[in-house]
Structure formats: structure tokens, C-alpha cells
Ligand binder design. Structure first.
Ligand SMILES: C[S@@+](CC[C@H](N)C(=O)[O-])C[C@H]1O[C@@H](n2cnc3c(N)ncnc32)[C@H](O)[C@@H]1O
Length: 259
């Protein structure tokens, strides 16, 4: 299958995984190697090896739609374009921005040869570090209110808590949004048992990786920053204590009457 080569006039939306080079898929590596132009948030482009003849188009974090339009215009000009995202490009990332740009933009963009190359998302990498906390029903919620009202975040958090989902929190905090993670924890504590395991997985797959375990009642939400993925267990998520090292955390495959 050759559909994923970055051929002239094509655009590939490529997931780089959360940080570890070995977690980049062979497909993504091959597309990145063959592209004439790499488009993306500057720190993500910095993670990639330089190749002669390849042009880089770094941009700031907050300009996703403009970045997507730039990549589409380059493909329209006949370049072989790869636009990159951390993690999976379809999870709170560039794939949706590219399709939004197509939806709202030049009708000719609909006929560009476009494909998405998946990557390992932060929640998968974080879960793998500690066991299998996403082993049964879970949901992912971004705490960023840059493009949605905070009231909607609260509504979704409450629904997830009432539904007893394991919850993966993306974008838990930033310098501009230091307090929302505290509000989110207060809301979850009102709905969920305090013994639920909480995992703060910071910079997973990078040199400064740090995994911190807590329970909902004693967790310090201030541990989360913009490089952290937070997982909050359901009432069924369990901790296996070990003499020899960090505990395993998992959510059993059976729930309710099937446990
Ligand atoms: C804009 S979202 C991008 C998510 C990405 N597309 C993915 O699939 O992981 C950025 C958020 O992802 C999470 N994240 C990304 N990389 C991470 C890593 N290496 N370790 C922990 N969390 C990470 C953090 O919550 C961060 O604020």
C-alpha cells in the first residue's frame, strides 16, 4: 500500500507520539523522510532529524488553523507536505484543524490527496507506564477553554464522573490557566469516591518524565502542568501494591454485575 507516501501535491497529517523516538510508527518515519516540506509547532519540528533539501515551516502553538491553511496551500502548489502533531494527530490536535480548514476554505482543497498517519496518544503512553488504567470504559476531556466555554468542561466532567468513566484529562493546566485543574478536582471529588487512583504522568517518553500516583482525596492538582496527562480512575480501578517497585494500576475488563 503506497497511499501514505508524501507524493507531490499530497498532504500527510502525521502523529509523532508523545516523545520517545521509538514510539514513532514506521509509517510516520517514512512519510517524514519523504516529505519536501514539514509544517508544525516549532518544538515538534525540533524533535525531527534534519534532512537536506527539506524545508521547515515552524509556527507558534496557538495558530492551528493558519498552520493548517499554510500546509494546504503548499500541497496545492505541488509540494509533498507533512504537517506534524505530538501524540496522535486526531486527538486534540492538527487533524481536526486541517479538516476544519478544508470545511471552511477553498473548495479545491477537498480534492487534495490527504491522509492521517496515527500516533501513540499521551493517554496510551501514560497508561502503559503504570499498568492498564484504561482497561475498561474511559473518556478523554481537554480542560482547555480556549475554544469552548468552561461551563461545558464542567458539564462533561460531571457527566463522566456520574457515568463512572475512567477520565483522561488533557491540557490540565498552563501558565494562563493555573486554576482550572483545582476546580476540576473539586468537582470530581463531589461525585466520586476519594479512594479512586489518580495518575499524574508528566513528559512521558521524554528525559524529564515523571509519574506520580495519588488518590482523588489526597491528590495535589498543582502537580499538573501543560506537559502532564492526568488519569482519574473509576470506582472499579484497582491498585496492585508491590514490595519490589511501583504499584500497578488497572481497570478490570468486567464491570458492574460482570466483575
Ligand atoms: C494539545 S494536546 C495534544 C495531544 C496529543 N495529540 C496526543 O494525542 O497526545 C496537549 C496535551 O497532551 C498531553 N501530552 C502530550 N504529550 C505528553 C507527554 N509526553 N506526557 C504527558 N502528557 C502529554 C498534555 O496533557 C498536553 O497538555
Amino acid at each position: 500500500m503506497t497511499a501514505f507516501c508524501a507524493s507531490p501535491g499530497a498532504l500527510r497529517i502525521v502523529g509523532l507520539g508523545p516523545g520517545l523516538a521509538a514510539w514513532i510508527t514506521p509509517e510516520a518515519s517514512s512519510v517524514l523522510e519523504g516529505a519536501s516540506d514539514l509544517v508544525g509547532y516549532a518544538p515538534y519540528l525540533d524533535r525531527l532529524p534534519l534532512r537536506d533539501g527539506q524545508t521547515r515551516h515552524p509556527s507558534d502553538n496557538r495558530v492551528e488553523l493558519e498552520r493548517a491553511r499554510h500546509a494546504l496551500r503548499l500541497a496545492q502548489e505541488g509540494r509533498s507536505v507533512a504537517i506534524v502533531s505530538g501524540g496522535d494527530p486526531g486527538v486534540f490536535a492538527m487533524a481536526a484543524a486541517v479538516f476544519e480548514a478544508i470545511d471552511l476554505g477553498d473548495p479545491a482543497w477537498r480534492d487534495i490527496d490527504i491522509a492521517v498517519c496515527p500516533g501513540i496518544s499521551a493517554m496510551q503512553a501514560a497508561a502503559a507506564r503504570i499498568g492498564a488504567p484504561l482497561g475498561h470504559d474511559f473518556c478523554a476531556i481537554s480542560l482547555s477553554d480556549n475554544r469552548k466555554p468552561w461551563a461545558l468542561v464542567e458539564k462533561r466532567l460531571a457527566a463522566a464522573a456520574v457515568g463512572d468513566f475512567v477520565i483522561a484529562l488533557y491540557n490540565p493546566a498552563s501558565k494562563a490557566r493555573p486554576t482550572q485543574i483545582h476546580d476540576a478536582f473539586a468537582l470530581l471529588r463531589a461525585h466520586r469516591v476519594g479512594a479512586a487512583p489518580v495518575i499524574f504522568a508528566r513528559a512521558v517518553g521524554r528525559e524529564d518524565e515523571r509519574i506520580h500516583l495519588a488518590t482523588l482525596d489526597n491528590a495535589d492538582p498543582g502537580l499538573a502542568d501543560m506537559s502532564t496527562l492526568v488519569i482519574i480512575g473509576s470506582s472499579e480501578t484497582r491498585i496492585i501494591a508491590r514490595e519490589s517497585g511501583a504499584p500497578f494500576i488497572y481497570t478490570p475488563r468486567g464491570a458492574g454485575a460482570f466483575t
